[in-house]
Design a binder for this molecule. Structure first.
Ligand code: SAJ
Length: 420
């Protein structure tokens, strides 16, 4: 095997499962992370993220000696970079991608690179990021050659192979999904395929790095646009007094229509972020993609307005009560069903905003998070049945499986997922 040691930089939601997959195929894997706690957790055979099936694979890989974690890169045959690519904190209406984590990773591995290595960027990136990463490596290692100038003859191979796995199904999708291989030369792509074929059973399809970057951004933007269509329909239907869920299920009976589901907004660290990478590179051209982002970002605000109207209607119906005596229950805090991930969660944002304008008690139900692990100011985390019996106003924000079989009949119900 030409890859005896593989190093994965970034032990997060993508890097750790990828490292574990190589290790499960008896390849020596060095996982690198700047966070000492993450490194210690992995070296104890444990994981710091929630992903079904991953804990057992990591535990076996560490105890059999195939996976170890470190804070500083060590020499290896292949390096996979799986670090975050957030956007910069700025006032601009179009957020700019922040490549500083990729830059740090490139600069950290540069000293240990040697002739014959391959460096693969897996992080979702704006178009041109792989070339930029190669630039950082070349700057740090003038003694090595890179594919931009010498193509197949380069000492170091470079490729962009974006991750495309769905949180909650990562272990299966890493193996089964097709993989886009964006090599910077023919040789780079061949070597990348050889590497992924260690565990990937899906097809490996070759393209160049820029197209690979754009392919990943296109997939997530396409989903964002489709969700925006559903969210816009839900707002139109509310105005026209039509049940949007019935409407979508009727339209979806057409053989060529498949509308997605509306919700309280779009969350997570991918769909709500990646379309901006296209918009920031082509602001005048990316009109639909930009509008979809705005439609989805507006949805939590729209839900909050519905909540305010609902409180006013409740107080009108019960004139003896004051707002302080009105209990609101929010069902779900995660960014999507049946996970514990709160990153960029519209449900969490809505709940936090309600607390700010509502003077009465706010309850929240989140079956995937234990009471001790979560502390939102002025929100009382309670069991489903307690919220259902105590609250005056009910707001469904996530369609967790626990909620689906247990509805509430109330005039004061805002169901953003159409399950009750
Ligand atoms: N959502 C809706 N309505 C729907 C579907 C989703 O409102 O019909 C919302 C969810 O509630 C959530 C958000 O969209 O807030 C995103 O959820 P998701 O399940 O669509 O996607 P992610 O962010 O968990 O994972 C996506 C996936 N991309 C695509 O499906 C095109 C995954 O394959 C990518 O690997 C991942 O982004 C990533 O890492 O980029």
């Amino acid at each position: 095997m030409s890859f005896n040691t593989v190093s994965v930089i970034g032990m997060g939601y993508i890097g750790l499962p990828t490292a574990a997959m190589f290790a499960s195929r008896r390849v020596n894997v060095i996982g690198v992370d700047i966070n000492q706690h993450v490194v210690d957790t992995i070296n104890n055979g444990e994981i710091h993220i929630v992903e079904p099936g991953l804990d057992m694979i990591v535990h076996a890989a560490v105890s059999e000696g195939y996976l170890k974690a470190v804070t500083k890169p060590e020499p290896a045959d292949a390096f996979l970079i799986a670090v975050p690519t957030p956007f910069k904190d700025s006032e601009s209406s179009v957020p700019e991608p922040d490549l500083s984590y990729i830059e740090s990773a490139a600069k950290a591995i540069a000293p240990v690179l040697k002739k014959g290595n391959i460096v693969i960027l897996e992080s979702t990136s704006p178009v041109g990021a792989t070339e930029q990463m190669m630039g950082w490596l070349a700057e740090a290692r003038e003694d090595l050659t890179f594919p931009k100038l010498v193509g197949d003859k380069a000492d170091i191979n470079i490729a962009h192979c974006p991750e495309r796995v769905l949180p909650g199904h990562v272990v299966r999708e890493l193996v089964d999904n097709d993989r886009v291989i964006g090599g910077m030369s023919k040789r780079c792509s061949e070597r990348a395929i050889e590497l992924y074929k260690i565990f990937v059973e899906g097809e490996c399809i070759v393209t160049n790095s820029r197209t690979a970057e754009m392919a990943k951004l296109t997939e997530n933007s396409c989903r964002d646009v489709q969700i925006a269509f559903a969210n816009e329909l839900s707002i139109i239907c509310d105005k026209l007094d039509i049940d949007v869920w019935e409407l979508i299920s009727l339209a979806n009976r057409h053989p060529r229509i498949n509308i997605l589901q509306p919700g309280p907004g779009v969350g997570g660290h991918c769909i709500a972020v990646d379309p901006w990478f296209i918009v920031s590179k082509a602001p005048d051209e990316a009109k639909i993609i930009h509008t979809a982002r705005k439609v989805n970002d507006f949805k939590p605000e729209w839900v909050l307005n519905k909540v305010k109207v609902c409180i006013a209607e409740f107080l009108q119906a019960y004139p003896g009560k004051t707002a302080r005596e009105v209990t609101i229950a929010c069902y779900g805090l995660a960014f999507k069903p049946d996970i514990d991930d709160l990153r960029e969660s519209p449900a969490l944002r809505i709940t936090e905003q309600i607390v700010k304008f509502h003077s009465g008690p706010v309850l929240a139900v989140e079956p995937n998070i234990s009471k001790g692990d979560m502390n939102i100011k002025n929100v009382n985390l309670v069991e489903l049945t307690e919220a259902q019996s105590e609250a005056d106003i009910h707001i469904v924000l996530v369609d967790h499986k626990e909620f689906k079989n247990s509805s509430v009949k109330s005039e004061y119900l805002i169901d953003t997922k159409g399950i009750w």
